[in-house]
Design a protein around this ligand. Sequence first.
Ligand SMILES: [Zn+2]
Ligand SMILES: [Zn+2]
Length: 72
Amino acid sequence: MSTYGERPAEPGEVCTCGRPAVKVFTGGRHGDTGYCGLPDGGQKGPCAFCDGPRHESQRCPSYQLRPTGGTR
Ligand SMILES: [Zn+2]
Ligand SMILES: [Zn+2]
């Protein structure tokens, strides 16, 4: 029963490319996913989350919407 949608990102939330997210897609198969607004998939270079090579067309297994943790 997932409903796809989107909402504005909150501070601390990041895109799958490692940039700060401007919005978050919700209800996806992998859960909420940040999006920075740039469709280029991020800069070339190591993955921002696992330090490994960039992942073509799939998110990093180490991706977290809030990489700094959910402490409030
Ligand atoms: Zn991005
Ligand atoms: Zn990665």
